[in-house]
Design a protein around this ligand. Structure first.
Ligand SMILES: Cc1cc2nc3c(=O)[nH]c(=O)nc-3n(C[C@H](O)[C@H](O)[C@H](O)COP(=O)(O)OP(=O)(O)OC[C@H]3O[C@@H](n4cnc5c(N)ncnc54)[C@H](O)[C@@H]3O)c2cc1C
Length: 423
């Protein structure tokens, strides 16, 4: 966080400001110092861009492009790689949707177990209120609650202590993160927790050690005692075979469509670049669906603000103020009918809570005779199918070249003209 920009302003403009403030540091500085966590309020060695990237107020493609402009492809390779980790996790989960379903089902069971097991409930309460007696862990727990952000290394140590020292179910930890992180994301969060637990790269666990914590927190804490010295392997079935991704070709854009804005992609400019024009736009809030427990107010505040910002930028003649919650199918269909829409367009919804919340909307719209067009960014179209092995396989196959590719996100001009003359 830099003092010049408020890291919590949920607007594209604030995200772009933060990006340009960080860009000079994205090269060597980032590669050397990114693992050090000096604590909240201190000048971070990392970008703190995650709240904006998570909601795609700014997106991976433009972050990478801006970085390459300043540092060239090689000068900021580490930073570009980290941005691509997000892309990789998104693409991996997209090909393994049952991992998300397995997580939500296990979470429900765990929450049920808490209500019947006071001892487990007590240990969970200690972990989530910062009163376990492990100084650094308790600090991070409170930091997360107070700020909605944790440094990547702190997330790794925290998850490791949660799983291997406190022996709490990893799904409850992932849920704690998802309820408090402003950047809480189904793919990055679930798969990172699985990675620490040794479920993602089978048998490869991440064990937090006192010396590592001391060194990379700049000795801010007394040496933690009693941390697990061995990571016990968690029994779980191997992930299923990847579910192949098949995206439909870009469809002809309409000039009087209704735009649905969701928290997964709040950059409607890309749809306008494809040729879409909106007579009306509606922002859908589904933050509450991130967990069956209460979501932190700062998370809801950021997402709500980000939706409003995107509505204002949508270029829609009429932007609906009302943000429906609850019965999405009925409310979105009523909005489409009120505006006599023939077509509703939205950015692709990746696997996660918003896609779950809106699953009943698409058949309801189709039933009402309203076509649904889902637009996939060329970045995702290009990258996600390659996210089927480990990260570095993806990086060498596609990731490192993405910055050099022409990802214009356009519906091909020639096709557009051909379609127009058919009208
Ligand atoms: C247990 C655990 C849970 C996590 N949960 C989330 C989450 O819910 N949402 C989330 O966005 N990230 C998550 N991460 C990844 C990472 O910690 C954050 O993206 C990063 O700390 C955000 O801070 P930054 O913007 O300063 O990152 P920077 O280091 O400045 O990186 C720039 C951008 O690259 C992306 N990025 C960087 N590292 C990673 C990574 N390891 N995985 C995925 N994307 C990355 C983010 O979009 C980030 O904003 C998690 C990591 C762990 C270990």
């Amino acid at each position: 966080m830099t003092p010049e920009t408020d890291s919590r302003t949920p607007s594209r403009e604030a995200g772009l400001l933060q990006l340009s403030a960080f860009l000079p540091h994205a090269g060597n500085n980032y590669a050397r110092l990114r693992n050090i966590d000096y604590g909240p309020g201190e000048k971070p060695q990392v970008s703190t861009l995650s709240p904006w990237i998570r909601h795609r107020l700014i997106n991976e493609q433009e972050v990478v492009a801006a970085t390459v402009t300043v540092h060239g492809n090689r000068g900021a390779e580490k930073f570009i790689q980290e941005v691509c980790w997000r892309t990789y996790w998104k693409g991996w989960l997209e090909q393994h949707p049952s991992i998300w379903r397995g997580y939500t089902t296990a979470l429900e069971k765990n929450i049920e177990e808490i209500t019947n097991t006071p001892e487990l409930a007590q240990r969970l309460e200690a972990a989530t209120s910062g009163s376990t007696g492990i100084e650094c862990f308790d600090f991070w727990s409170r930091e997360l609650i107070d700020t909605g952000y944790l440094h990547n290394h702190a997330r790794m140590w925290f998850a490791s202590i949660w799983i291997f020292t406190l022996k709490l179910p990893w799904e409850l930890g992932a849920d704690f993160f998802l309820r408090y992180l402003i950047d809480g994301d189904a793919a990055s969060n679930t798969l990172s927790w699985r990675w620490v637990a040794g479920l993602q790269t089978r048998g490869k666990t991440y064990l937090a050690g006192p010396a590592n914590i001391m060194r990379y927190t700049n000795n801010r804490f007394s040496p933690p005692v009693g941390l697990a010295q061995k990571a016990i392997t968690i029994e779980a079935p191997s992930p299923p075979q990847p579910h192949p991704l098949e995206f439909e070709p870009q469809k002809r854009p309409y000039e009087d469509a209704g735009l649905l804005l969701c928290d997964e992609d709040l950059n409607p400019e890309f749809l306008c670049e494809q040729g879409w024009r909106f007579s009306t736009a509606l922002a859908v809030e589904a933050t509450a669906n991130r967990s069956i427990l209460q979501i932190a107010p700062h998370v809801t505040r950021f997402t709500r603000g980000a939706l409003k910002d995107a509505l204002a930028r949508s270029g829609a003649a009429e932007a609906e103020k009302h943000i429906p919650t609850g019965d999405y199918a009925a409310q979105i269909t009523a909005w489409a009918q009120k505006h006599k829409l023939r077509v509703v367009v939205l950015s692709y919804l990746p696997v996660g809570p918003t896609a779950d919340a809106l699953a009943s909307v698409w058949p309801a719209l189709e039933k009402a005779g309203i076509r649904v067009r889902i637009s996939v960014r060329d970045w995702d179209r290009r990258a996600w199918p390659a996210c089927e092995g480990g990260f570095f396989k993806f990086w060498h196959k596609v990731g490192k070249n993405l910055a050099n590719e022409d990802l214009s996100n356009r519906y091909p001009e020639s096709t557009r003209r051909r379609q127009a003359s058919k009208k």
